[in-house]
Design a protein around this ligand. Structure first.
Ligand SMILES: *[C@@H]1O[C@H](CO)[C@@H](O)[C@H](O)[C@H]1NC(C)=O
Ligand SMILES: *[C@@H]1O[C@H](CO)[C@@H](O)[C@H](O)[C@H]1NC(C)=O
Ligand SMILES: *[C@@H]1O[C@H](CO)[C@@H](O)[C@H](O)[C@H]1NC(C)=O
Ligand SMILES: *[C@@H]1O[C@H](CO)[C@@H](O)[C@H](O)[C@H]1NC(C)=O
Length: 355
């Protein structure tokens, strides 16, 4: 990763988890997963251009293109602010690019990250009730986090406009809206020791139907990007800090502002670099996490259920972490995170990753 102090790779996550983590198991499911991943590698150059254009757009908004401002260097390196690179690398080099290594023939460096592997949706999704909105923070206190999520179709390597990106995450102290208290039957439960579920507690039940915070969905714009305003997520036992996502090319909006997903093409989880999460851990209200002084935060490499590992794909070539930049001169002024999801826009699959 680059030496620039403000260019932060990321991954983290929260967690208490899933009763039944399902993985692609049948020959058909595994084949679909492999084909998707192989196809996504070939989209690497397109993803580089896509990301560069998004960063240019943000750089103009945030620092007005003024190099003397403190975050200018960190928002975008010189090359990123220039016009699109003309020469693209040959297909030989594409595979390594997914690991966020630089493309030598362009000036864009280390900012290409794609999330393609599908992983479990976990126990905290609400089928009904995610509002169609861009600012999902509501009254939740925490570090400002803007998300810039691009979606490409791995069949064409082109951005996908008008697909609904649906996200949900825990608050600064590790709770999901609607699931505030531990399951009464497991009030004294201890996290499981060892094994794939190591570190996990039984999932907290949904006891508060009306809460909607830190959940929301927004369609990608004509450039295939959905932007959200949220807070940096907190952590819970067993899981690395993460944000969940689903992508629906077809959905039905309801009069009350929520929607029903009609066709699902992706279920995934985004992570944050442990390095940046370590800094966030020291900020209020993240310091108030009830397990801060007991179990503490789970690092990406220790993520239970292998979620972080699975999200990197079978060959470890994907980077499911947001690329984070400071919005201002210091971290407290907030962060912006970029990531691109590679999905197969023509599938209509059962959600075999359902928790
Ligand atoms: C990009 O990341 C790779 C791998 O982490 C690192 O070796 C390389 O030095 C980085 N390039 C730059 C320009 O920072
Ligand atoms: C996308 O899904 C379609 C329909 O299942 C399939 O025919 C095609 O091979 C898939 N493409 C990739 C790149 O996996
Ligand atoms: C997170 O949500 C829980 C459950 O609703 C709440 O008790 C806690 O105060 C929230 N954390 C913050 C930082 O507001
Ligand atoms: C919103 O409307 C949908 C569809 O009628 C319904 O299933 C859902 O429960 C409603 N949600 C709320 C919070 O009223």
């Amino acid at each position: 990763m680059r030496a620039l102090p403000h260019v932060l790779l990321a991954s983290l996550s929260l967690a208490s988890l899933v009763s039944a983590h399902k993985e692609p198991k049948t020959a058909d499911e595994i084949e679909v997963q492999r084909a998707l991943q192989a196809a996504a590698y070939h989209c690497a150059p397109a993803v580089e251009r896509f990301t560069a254009a998004r960063k240019r757009s943000w750089a103009r908004k945030v620092v007005a293109g003024r190099p003397e401002l403190p975050n200018f260097q960190d928002m975008f390196s010189a090359g990123v602010y220039e016009d699109e690179p003309d020469a693209l690398p040959s297909s030989d080099s594409e595979e390594t690019i997914m690991g966020c290594t630089p493309i030598s023939t362009t000036k864009i460096q280390n900012n290409t990250c794609v999330l393609a592997p599908e992983v479990t949706e976990g126990p905290y999704y609400h089928e009904a009730g995610h509002l169609i909105r861009q600012n999902i923070a509501e009254y939740q206190d925490g570090l400002l986090l803007l998300l810039d999520i691009g979606v490409i179709d791995v069949n064409t390597c082109k951005p996908l406009p008008n697909v609904l990106v649906d996200i949900w995450q825990a608050n600064a102290t590790g709770f999901y809206a609607g699931h505030p208290i531990p399951n009464p039957n497991h009030i004294n439960a201890k996290p499981q020791v060892g094994g794939k579920r190591g570190g996990l507690l039984p999932p907290f039940p949904r006891t508060n139907e009306v809460e909607t915070w830190l959940r929301g969905a927004w369609p990608t714009d004509e450039n295939g990007v959905a932007q959200f305003t949220t807070i940096f997520p907190g952590y819970y036992t067993g899981r690395a800090t993460h944000v969940h996502a689903k992508v629906f090319p077809e959905w039905t909006p309801h009069p009350n502002g929520t929607f029903s997903g009609d066709r699902l093409v992706h279920v995934g989880q985004f992570f944050f670099d442990d390095e940046i999460t370590l800094a966030v851990d020291k900020m209020h209200p993240y310091t108030e996490n009830p397990i801060a002084n007991t179990y503490g935060r789970t690092r990406n490499w220790r993520d239970s259920l292998n979620v972080f590992e699975d999200a990197q794909g079978p060959e470890g070539k994907y980077d499911p972490t947001f690329k984070l930049h400071f919005l201002g001169g210091v971290i407290r002024q907030g962060l912006i995170g970029y990531i691109t999801m590679g999905v197969n826009a023509s599938v209509s699959h059962d959600n075999w990753w359902q928790g």
